[in-house]
Design a protein. Structure first.
Length: 134
């Protein structure tokens, strides 16, 4: 069982860059949600950034039931060692390759690390692109 969890984790890590490669035909997708009990994607930004929102573009590799429906965003600001929750976001049905947008109210200042925790679906999930907005 531990080998399966490790394999799922390594596969998800290896494919993490696909969420920010600018190609809607590639997908970050994880099978590890069930076995690991959580699913998240994170990145470290090159410099502290003022974030006003983000967008997700649906994955098309697998069925639409695997698209993100609910996610919690966490951030680490410059100098922080712990994640701070920045909001809970719900997404409707994705249409074509149009992204869905989420806005931070108020904007989040001085962000050094960004993390999206997938709340739903609770089994397997992914997305084609994630974009951050300043």
């Amino acid at each position: 069982e531990n080998d399966s969890i490790r394999r799922d984790l390594l596969t998800a890590i290896d494919r993490a860059h696909l969420a920010i490669d600018g190609e809607i035909n590639t997908t970050w997708f994880t099978w590890g949600v069930v076995s690991a009990g959580e699913c998240w994607w994170a990145t470290t930004l090159p410099a502290p950034t003022h974030l006003t929102g983000f967008s997700l573009t649906r994955q098309t590799t697998f069925g639409s039931s695997y698209n993100v429906r609910e996610a919690k965003v966490k951030v680490k600001k410059e100098g922080d060692t712990e994640w701070t929750e920045a909001g809970l976001f719900r997404f409707g049905s994705f249409k074509g390759n149009d992204p869905q947008y989420a806005v931070f109210i108020p904007a989040v200042e001085n962000v050094k690390e960004f993390r999206i925790d997938i709340v739903s679906p609770a089994d397997f999930t992914g997305f084609a692109e994630l974009d951050l907005y300043q």
